[in-house]
Design a protein around this ligand. Structure first.
Ligand code: BEZ
Length: 391
């Protein structure tokens, strides 16, 4: 009797077109560790993009499955495998740290599951270790700081000290800045790399910067390290003798509420600020702030745009996900005016082409510190850098 009722149900399931199955998006992001707040914001904003699409494309529901990388490369590698082999995800979105992205690269390439990267700037992933299945919505580390080297030199910074966490992103961001700054005529007077995720006392580094007497320190920190660094630099009164510049995640709107006035005066490069005056950004900020009661940062914008890219590509494939090449080629066709402004994916590298903004942290009349755009370097595009797309 039981068999009779079950069998028709099974037959019905088998008869359902693949289209009716959920589209699973594996959020391979840090929800703990030094970059936990970044992972949360990317996920929140991606969920908003899916919600705008009615959480479905062509009748297939969009489902986010969260996997905590703990900001650790080995955990990221294990979680990527689990999402693909146990959860059968159709897309991966993440991670945050360059080192995590490097750890999952080969698995993603072999499994052919499209990985959309809202952050994690490791240069080689859209250079010599590029993959047709890895699409970068965020940035490459080099792309992010290359414009800043010449810009700061032209504005009078003739010598700089480099300071960053000791892992792939810190090294690459400093390397990219150094290349363009010295090519413009600037001099590097020292560089230091603090143990990643293990440094809470920046005192010794601040003393070294001050002693070297550079015009500027060019710095990169994010997450809890950015909060600690900026507060300690203010207590140390570093800005009295050295201009504080850098990759401006260091004063991201995600960290500004904790940094407060200590962040004022920071000058650097970023690919998004909440104040950008375009309709997509106004709508995004209104929705994000209504839902989460706080301003969205560049991490949120990238999470939202990653979600939008997936939705727009799926609309072009009528919701089909089996043919991975078709999905990626659909992504190449998407030209978006997102919160950060115009962006598109370069099919030669799968890196994003985007504006880089020179921004300054300014204290307003209300005492609050916000980021203002002081210059725009439009449509910054990376060279192919040894990338060959092997499908
Ligand atoms: C990275 O590891 O690539 C990274 C992490 C946080 C902010 C920016 C870049």
């Amino acid at each position: 009797m039981k068999i009779r009722t079950v069998l028709p149900a099974l037959a019905l399931l088998a008869a359902l077109p693949a289209q009716a199955q959920d589209i699973k998006v594996g959020a391979i992001l840090p929800y703990s560790g030094v970059y936990a707040s970044i992972g949360e914001e990317i996920t929140n904003a991606m969920a908003l993009a899916f919600e705008e699409a009615g959480n479905a494309v062509n009748g297939r529901a969009l489902k986010i499955i969260r996997a905590d990388t703990e900001t650790k490369p080995n955990v990221a590698a294990a979680k990527a495998r689990e999402l693909v082999t146990s959860d059968n995800v159709d897309f991966l979105v993440g991670p945050v740290a360059s080192s995590e992205a490097m750890a999952i690269r080969d698995f993603v390439h072999q499994s052919k599951i499209p990985l959309v990267m809202p952050n994690a700037g490791a240069n080689v992933l859209t250079g010599e270790k590029c993959s047709p299945y890895i699409v970068r919505v965020g940035f490459s580390n080099d792309q992010f700081v290359r414009p800043a080297g010449k810009w700061l030199f032209d504005k009078g910074v003739k010598s700089a000290f480099l300071l960053a966490p000791d892992y792939a992103a810190g090294r690459e961001l400093m390397g990219g800045f150094k290349k363009s700054f010295t090519a413009a005529g600037g001099k590097i007077v020292g560089e230091e790399y603090s143990p990643f995720g293990q440094t809470s006392d920046f005192g010794p580094y601040l003393a070294k910067v001050k002693d070297a007497k550079p015009d500027a320190v060019f710095v990169f920190y994010a997450g809890s390290e950015a909060i600690n660094f900026i507060k300690q630099a203010a207590d140390f009164q570093l800005a009295k003798s050295v201009k504080i510049t850098g990759a401006a995640w260091t004063v991201s709107p995600l960290f500004l509420p904790a940094q407060g006035e200590a962040a004022a005066g920071f000058l650097g490069s970023l690919n998004y600020v909440p104040a950008l005056d375009n309709p997509a950004n106004k709508a995004f900020q209104a929705k994000y702030q209504e839902r989460h009661k706080r301003v969205a940062s560049e991490f949120g914008a990238a999470g939202y745009e990653s979600g939008r890219l997936i939705v727009e590509a799926l609309k072009r494939t009528q919701g089909a996900t089996k043919d991975k090449k078709a999905v990626i080629e659909a992504m190449h066709k998407v030209e978006m005016n997102g919160p950060r402004g115009p962006l598109k994916i370069d099919p030669a590298t799968n890196n994003v082409i985007q504006n880089i903004y020179m921004v300054e942290a300014r204290k307003g009349a209300d005492g609050k510190v916000d980021l203002a755009v002081v210059d725009t370097i439009a449509n910054v595009k990376d060279d192919v850098n040894g990338c060959a797309m092997n499908w």
